[in-house]
Design a protein around this ligand. Structure first.
Ligand code: SAM
Length: 222
């Protein structure tokens, strides 16, 4: 990572406490824990929130969107069971924090954001931090990114009524999709594993995400 040592060390104590919290909450995947220990989360929120960046809660990132809470980032990343070889598609770049964690865990990351300013800001920061194996797109992610697929794993960071069909088609056999499913009345995190034409599904518990707005998600303005 291309970062002056003092910038990284600034919140080392806060970051250590965040790691202890996510481990206490049951995250055991050492690769995920190490990734979260390497990425300076405070840089993904605006300056006035730096001191809050490592608390276990979401924070606003502008455009009515949020950076997900550390435990949720850890749990979703662990559920993908990445080994370092994979090509991962992320829907909802947001601040780019989850994108950075994924790129610490996989070979290549493809990330789509529908809000141009957020996507551009995230790319700028991730470029600066030296993440070179990320592909960016500003578009409606409910279509996926068919030209560059198929993917070993898909992570959706906004909630819709179901996993969009295009994303199901773009996952390899044996691949996983992690997604929040539901609306503002209730949501749960789910892990799907593709087995031929079928999927097995595991529930990970309740959650609350911003809506997956798009053609095969939640209509804009709802
Ligand atoms: N993973 C992000 C992070 O670490 O900051 C958090 C993302 S935030 C909870 C969800 C993001 O999904 C928002 O930035 C939102 O604009 C984006 N989003 C919602 N619908 C989308 C769609 N159809 N395609 C792409 N991005 C979408």
């Amino acid at each position: 990572m291309n970062l002056p040592t003092h910038t990284f060390q600034k919140y080392a104590g806060h970051r250590q406490k965040m790691i202890e919290e996510i481990m206490n909450r049951g995250i055991k995947d050492l690769r995920v824990i190490e990734a979260m220990n390497r990425v300076p989360r405070h840089l993904f929120v605006r300056d006035s929130f730096h001191h809050k960046a490592y608390g276990d809660h979401p924070l606003p990132i502008g455009e009515s969107q949020t950076i997900s809470q550390p435990y949720v980032v850890a749990a979703m990343s662990a559920a993908l069971q990445l080994t370092g070889e994979e090509r991962v598609l992320e829907i909802g770049t947001g601040s780019g924090y989850q994108t950075a964690i994924l790129s610490e865990l996989a070979a290549q990351v493809f990330t789509i954001e529908r809000v141009k300013s957020l996507g551009q800001q995230a790319k700028q920061l991730l470029d600066k931090l030296g993440y070179t194996h990320i592909n960016y797109k500003i578009f409606d992610g409910t279509y996926g990114w068919r030209e560059l697929g198929p993917y070993d794993a898909v992570l959706i960071t906004a909630a819709g009524p179901e996993v969009p069909q295009a994303l199901i088609e773009q996952v390899k056999d044996g691949g996983r999709i992690v997604a929040p499913i539901g609306d503002d009345q209730g949501q749960e995190l789910r892990v799907y594993t593709k087995r031929g034409k079928r999927f097995s599904m595991k529930r990970m518990g309740d959650c609350f995400f911003v809506p997956l707005i798009g053609k095969y998600g939640v209509p804009e303005g709802e």
